[in-house]
Each structure stands twice: as C-alpha cells, then as structure tokens.
Ligand binder design. Sequence first.
Ligand SMILES: [Zn+2]
Length: 576
Amino acid sequence: MIQLNDVHMLMKKSCLLAMLCILSACSDPGDELNSEIDPVILEDLIQHTDEFEKEVYSFENGLHLAVGYGIANSIMIEGTDGNIIVDASDSVAEAEEVYSHFRKINSNPIKAIIYTHNHGDHTFGAAYYYNLEEEKPMVIAHESTSEYVERIMGILNPIISKRSSRMFGTELPSSQVINVGIGPYLGVSQSPIGYIKPNITFSDELKINISGIEIELYHAPGETNDQLFVWLPKHRALMPGDNIYRTFPNLYTIRGTPHRDVKSWIESLDRMRAMNPDYLLPSHTKALTGETIMETLTIYRDAIQYVHDQTIRLMNKGHSADEISNMIQLPPELSSSPFVREFYGTVRWSVKSIFNGYLGWFDGNVSNLDPLPSEDYAKRLAALSGGEKKLFEALEKAILDEDMQWGLQLSDSLLALNYETEATNKLRQKAIQHIGDRALNPNKRNYFLSSANELNPNYRAQPLLPQTSELLSEISIDMFFDILSVRLNPEETKGILQRVCFEFDSGNIKTITLRNRIAEISSESKNCDIRVKTSEQIFKEALAGVRNPLIAVASGDIDTGGQRTNFLAFLSKFAE
Ligand SMILES: [Zn+2]
C-alpha cells in the first residue's frame, strides 16, 4: 500500500536523477528582454551568420557537406554500395532533415557513422541513421568517446547544462540569438536525443575500407581529448572535426571544460598539414579547397602556438593570469586572418586556461592564497566607502555613467551583504544586459543576456529534456552510481553505517556503503543490509524519472527482499 510518506519520497525520487540531459529545453521564455540588436556595433557578428546558411555542398568523388541545419555540420561520403556519415548532428529531428537532402543525392544504405568526438552536436542525432535499416551501421569513434559522452551526462550535468544553456542562449528569445559562433543556434532541445554507443573503437589510428572507400582515422586531441580526424587518401580529403573552424579556437569554453591540452592541439594540426589535403570539410563552418587549406591550417596552429608560448613566457616572468590576459594580443600577421576572429574562443580566456593548465588556480600572490571571504571583504569595502548606502550609491552612479564592469563588481559586494537585494539586482541586470548587448563574441553575449534574463522576477528555468529508455540503455550503469555518490546529502547520513547491494540480471553487482557521510561504491556483496534485485535498465529508468520508482519498488520490478521502506529511506538520502 502506498503511504503519504512514500508519495513525498516519490516526488523527490522521480526527479532524483532527471538531470541526465545535456541541455535545457527552450524557445519560449516567460519574460522578453528589452534588448535591441545594434546593427552597427554587432555588424561583424551579424555578417558571420552567412557562414551558417543552410546548404548541402557537394564535391567531386561523392563528398557532401551539410551546413547550417544545426550547430554542427554532417558529412556524407558515397561508397559503392553504401554511404558513410561523419558526425550525426545534435538531434534525431536535425539528422532527419539533413538526411532528407543526402538521400536525394544517394539513397544507398548507411554503412557507418563516424563520430569525430563526443560532443552532443556530433553524436545525438545518430539514432536516426542507426534505425533506418534492419542491418545496423557501424558506429566508429575513439576508444574514449563513450566515456566522455557519459561524463557530459554524468556527475557534472546540472552545472554544465546550466552554463551551456547560457552560453548558447537556449533560454533567450530566438530573435536575440544572432548566432552561436560555430553554428546558427543549438537545436538539441527540439527533439529526442538519439545517441548510439560506438561499437568500433581504436586507440591511435584505424585504417578501414567501407563500401570501397579507404578511410584512415587518426586520434588527434585538441578541442577534446577524444578528437579524431578522418583522412580519405584517395579523395585527398580531410575532415578535422572541431580542431579547426572559422573562428579563434575554443582553447577554453566558458560553459566549463576539463583542461584542453593546447600543445596536443598544435601537434594534431601539424599532422593534418602533413597530409597536404585538397579538400577540408570541417564539422563547423564552410569547407575549404585548394591552397587556402594549408595557409589556413598554418595560421591556425601558429595563432594557438603564439598564445601558448607568450603566456608561458609571461608566466615565467611572474605575471598572473589576469595580467597576462590583458597583455597578449595576436600580432597583425595572424589577426588579419578571418579564421582567428574571436567569434567562439578568445585569446583572453585562453591565456587563463593555459596558465591554469600548467600552474593551477593559485596565481602565486600571497594575498590570494587564503583571501577574506567575500562577505567580510564587502563589509570592509562598505565601511571604507562610508557605509552600505554609499556603496549602493556608487553602484547607481556606475550604472548611470555606463561604467558597467565596475557596477557589476560593486553589485557582487552589495549582494554579499544582502543590501537592498531587489534594487541591487535591478541595477546589476542593467549592467549585465549592457555588456551583453555590446559583446561581439556570441558566447559572451549569450551568457550575459541569459544571465540578465535570469534576474527577471518571473524567470523560471526551462525544464530539462525528458529522458528516453533508448538513451538510457546506451549509458553504462557505473555512471548512475557515480552520480549517486555525488548526490549524497551528508546531513541525512550522520552516524549511519549501511550497505545496500544491487544484484543486476546482467550479473553485475554494485554496492553502496554509507560510512562517514560518504557513499563508497564497490562490488562487495557480503554483509549487505539490503539486497536489491532488478535489471540495470529498470534501475536506470527509475533513477532518471522515466519510470515511477515507487511503483517499481511496490510491484517488485525492483525487488528489495521485503525491505521496501528501508530501501526508499535509503534512496531519499540521494535526493535534492
Ligand atoms: Zn562541435
């Protein structure tokens, strides 16, 4: 029998892990920003949108590049009795639209899908191609790709989703998004995610013949560690994935990323140069042919090396990351190339990431090792200014003078003091919007305008996309236990020593031991307080909210060996 208590728990648990999805749904914001696109200030960014006009470009030898149907391109390579897709776009609906054009050119079956790397805009449309025919295509990627896909959906998902949503402006009215630097917009929210786990993987290189096409795949770390490039020796065609596109590279992404190894990125570009290609079909922005390819690859790798080397040079002179980010600019020999305009990555953010990659967060200045907590600092700043009211007046003046970054920093202190929060936030919103409206970098622009939007009193975060059973089956059970581990609420586990063992019908055993307010994950099956028997798929669905966890427990689909209440109480310790 279901009790009221259980229903409460159910409410909590139904959304226990319902944050597995990469990005929030969007497109219908509650409040409109009263932001206007200034055609003069933003002229270059507006022009950059031409790069993403919807079109399928066809080249000799059966190569076809679909640009502008979503944030990332898809490529079709025609073979003798079947075709190969390189990068599957970011949703099933987008893949379907792209394929409606590809199939008019050649409707032979799809024999293989190649992921250049793990990002959703290259992998989430794969299920569309995968399910076209009874005979399933190969799904080829680097051996680490599936692990990285799971990481996107895993322990960092809530914060990465939020920050991605801001960076791509997915909660902004579409009229406010000029473009997202490497594509017109992010469309992942418009249809189900269709990720298919790779079934052919490799470590350093893979040479394979598919439908008469000689294909060489090379591991090429850069924008991601699992990045590969595709080389077709007979076609002399290169598909570099995201290691080059027509904007300065995202050596750091403001949505948050593990450190991107800049040296490896340069080496990967050098390996591509060694191929001396006649065609370059990137996964974002338009294709290049002929001599421009080598020129562009060279400028691109030189720009990255310039920023890397000069950052290290200035680091070694004792400068902090903040200082260096104000000291380095690309020289005119490099900055004149349209391939290093800062429409995606920027030199300033790259410098900080390179510094952090080599030396970590401590800038070396003793003041910053254990600085005053922000509230304490704000109190002293206010006292020095003649009181909190004076600090607030300084904020008002900063906004009036359009001294917006100063205004933002003042508002940080006032918020730390909880001073006139509503009025402070209104002024803060003005500063954020002002800066966002004038930012030529779309990541910065979208991030700022989204943040301004979030300060609207009626703002409601858009719900995350619902999970599907199909998607969950592509994700390993281990990731779900990793997520449980970082969701444990220590307040609820004081003095608790408990072991719950899960025996899955796959033969997999996973155990959670609560001890010292942590959840140890292991495969130990002795001394279990509760033994749970179920299938991996049912457990995943219950955690992700696809299946009602309470009903799954009550019906015995999740068999708790008669310890239903204890098990639900155990699970509730992992709820928000
Ligand atoms: Zn991409």
